[in-house]
Design a protein around this ligand. Structure first.
Ligand SMILES: CC(C)(COP(=O)(O)OP(=O)(O)OC[C@H]1O[C@@H](n2cnc3c(N)ncnc32)[C@H](O)[C@@H]1OP(=O)(O)O)[C@@H](O)C(=O)NCCC(=O)NCCS
Length: 177
């Protein structure tokens, strides 16, 4: 038995009502951790790989909460490092759903740091990741729809839909190159 099935066999997956949508607010989350010396790269700043791992974990929490299923990362659409993060800063990772398909979920992530001594807050990274929910056999499984709670959530979902349509067109064009 592989690790995935060993973890799954510890508990039954609950029934999920796929007719009931869930809002963006239902699953959005902020995680935080203080950056330590072991998180450093050769320049003495926070290693980009540390941030990438934390982003993947934080975004997975959102996808698992929405779907009530184990998930896997299937794609990292963007990962922009905007500014360095420093040892001693607190890293805040805000993650929220943008779009939900049949079994896939797109999560938007914003990473900020805070210097707790001076209070300075900086936006250091942004990312967009896609997860797929899995059933007990490790196969893609349907998830509840994303139902906007208000106009602001509706605007986020509509923007994500437009972005996905555009991305599909660009991918099709790139295939022909
Ligand atoms: C995720 C996985 C099970 C999907 O298998 P698959 O045979 O491609 O499944 P499907 O074709 O039925 O696609 C399932 C969903 O994933 C989406 N998907 C699959 N590959 C994708 C990709 N590269 N980018 C974006 N979405 C993708 C499909 O669009 C579909 O979405 P929908 O159900 O919302 O319409 C398989 O690709 C896999 O195991 N990948 C490795 C995951 C992994 O190990 N991640 C790293 C550690 S977490």
């Amino acid at each position: 038995m592989d690790a995935f099935h060993r973890i799954l066999s510890r508990r039954e997956l609950p029934e999920v009502d796929l007719t009931k949508g869930r809002s963006i607010a239902y699953s959005r989350t902020t995680t935080s951790r203080i950056m330590e010396v072991l998180d450093a790269n050769g320049h003495g700043n926070v290693h980009g790989g540390v941030i990438m791992r934390m982003v993947d974990e934080a975004a997975a929490i959102v996808a698992i909460k929405h779907s009530q299923r184990p998930v896997v990362t299937v794609r990292v659409d963007r990962f922009d490092f905007l500014a360095p993060a420093y040892i001693g800063n607190v890293l805040y990772i805000y993650s929220a759903l943008d779009y939900v398909g049949r079994s896939s979920m797109e999560v938007r992530v914003e990473v900020n740091t805070e210097d707790l001594i001076t209070g300075e807050v900086r936006h250091v990274a942004s990312s967009q990741l896609i997860f797929v929910a899995l059933d007990a056999n490790g196969k893609p499984t349907p998830v509840p729809p994303l139902e906007p709670a208000d106009d602001a959530e509706l605007a986020i979902i509509e923007r994500a839909l437009r972005r996905r349509e555009r991305a599909k067109k660009i991918e099709a064009e790139l295939k022909d190159l």
